[in-house]
Ligand binder design. Structure first.
Ligand code: DLL
Length: 448
């Protein structure tokens, strides 16, 4: 009973950390400036790489007088992390490091993310804000199907859920049938995974004749890969839940950088921890607020690896506006995609999530797709491989051609680009247990 009354009391709290989550912007920016000065000094004094970079750029920590001075700082890119692998960018001796996560990426050496005890504590608090905003509460039974291990998703969510006091079930990702059995047996009320894995779970459940909509599951927090609003609605419908969002990256500590709220309209950034900018990915000049470009983060409170002006390659825009939830944190649009996943087809910039939204508008296909890029002469050719609904596929080649033509016309009409569409049979596309592979680039390396 004691637990129940605690849960009921906590339930009435609107925010996890009201002070920061609703802080007036001017006050928040004053706080950011103080933390920025501290962080730049911390990095300059303790990380030889930043000492050199700041000297080369002709800026001393004492030269940071306003938030605008951020633009004087040099950028940090993924290769800087690779070049300094594993601990060259660590600002503290290893005795003070209590955890190391890593992200393998697609090429080359992994990048490492070390944490001090203070970093872990802050990360946990950022995650708790994310979960609270999604409506997760202490009495939830929380199935955590993010990969547990070097990936920051599993442990990041584990910490946040534990802080809230949920009954955490650390299933990790994979073994999908067991996920569904446990979800049913334990009466899980909340699910945490990548969006593509949520779809895999929904699909497998249907095959096992388990209707997730009939189970107690009511909310999910998904992230770690781009997903369209249409995909969110699809997950909500198939599972009968509210699908919320988490955003983050290993280089800035993992999930907990940004989260959505009841409004489900954009992602609030934990601005007391992360200072965000949008820059033009070509000129690297900051763009005006509201314009699309590459997201850049400066960590404001991290101790072990405080990265300055880290280029995420994620494309989005920032908005400072009143949110119905009452939070004052700046909002960013859902990530359109990563600049390295951006395709240029007939001169048009194409992100997989745009194609995804259009596919989800066609009733005859499943939300299982991948984009294959080939060279046709000098031109890039985009082939959209998408699974047909079973009855469509089984209806024979003429029906398949008809649906493929419909998909092609829809993409042409909405995006102005000509693509080839291959309607493939069920399970042709590999099912994701983590981050889905959406783009297969078959162009010779030197021609990309
Ligand atoms: O994916 C951290 C994370 C775990 C976030 C669990 C959310 C939930 P990395 O593996 O380092 O870290 O990958 C970071 O994933 O730069 C984005 O390109 C992408 N990403 C993460 N969250 C989202 C999201 C984790 N909500 C990279 N929407 C980032 C779109 C996302 N892309």
């Amino acid at each position: 009973m004691a637990t129940q009354s605690r849960a009921a009391k906590e339930d009435s709290r609107k925010y996890w950390d009201e002070k920061f989550e609703t802080m007036p912007t001017a006050e928040l920016q004053k706080f950011q400036l103080r933390k920025l000065k501290e962080t730049v000094a911390w990095a300059y004094e303790r990380i030889p790489f930043y000492h050199r970079k700041l000297d080369e750029a002709g800026i001393k920590p004492s030269g940071i007088k306003s938030l605008d001075d951020l633009a004087k700082l040099p950028f940090t890119v993924k290769n800087d992390l690779r070049d300094n692998y594993p601990f060259g960018l660590c600002a503290v001796p290893l005795e003070e490091v209590v955890r190391v996560h890593a992200s393998s990426g697609t090429t080359g050496k992994p990048i490492t993310g070390p944490y001090t005890a203070e970093d872990l504590e802050q990360w946990t608090e950022c995650m708790a804000r994310n979960l609270w905003a999604a409506g997760v509460r202490p009495d939830d039974i929380a199935q955590n199907a993010y990969g547990h291990g070097l990936f920051t998703g599993g442990l990041g969510f584990h910490q946040g859920l534990t802080r809230l006091g949920c009954a955490v079930v650390p299933t990790s990702s994979g073994l999908t049938e067991r996920q569904i059995t446990l979800m049913k047996d334990f009466g899980a009320t909340a699910l945490f995974s990548t969006p593509s894995y949520a779809l895999t779970i929904a699909e497998r459940a249907a095959e096992m004749k388990v209707d997730i909509r009939e189970l107690p599951l009511r909310v999910g927090v998904f992230g770690a890969e781009p997903w369209s609003t249409a995909m969110r609605q699809e997950i909500e419908e198939r599972m009968g839940i509210k699908a919320h969002e988490a955003y983050g990256l290993t280089e800035q500590g993992g999930p907990g950088v940004g989260f959505d709220c009841v409004a489900q309209d954009g992602i609030h950034l934990n601005e007391d921890h992360f200072l965000a900018e949008i820059v033009d990915p070509v000129t690297l000049e900051p763009v005006p607020l509201g314009e699309k470009g590459e997201l850049v983060f400066t960590a404001l409170q991290r101790r072990a690896m405080p990265l300055l002006r880290y280029r995420t390659k994620d494309i989005t825009r920032l908005r400072r506006e009143k949110c119905p939830c009452g939070r004052t944190f700046i909002k960013m649009d859902k990530i359109f995609g990563r600049s390295d996943d951006m395709l240029i087809i007939s001169g048009v910039n194409v992100f997989p999530s745009q194609i995804e939204s259009l596919l989800l508008e066609i009733a005859e296909v499943e939300p299982q797709y991948r984009l294959v890029v080939r060279k046709k002469g000098y031109l890039d050719q985009l082939i959209v491989q998408v699974e047909a609904k079973k009855e469509v596929y089984d209806a024979g080649p003429a029906r398949r051609l008809e649906v493929a033509a419909k998909v092609m016309a829809h993409i042409k009409g909405m995006m102005g680009i000509g693509v080839d569409v291959e309607l493939v049979e069920a399970k042709f596309i590999n099912r994701s247990e983590g981050k889905a592979l959406r783009v297969v680039d078959e162009r010779p390396k030197q021609l990309r």
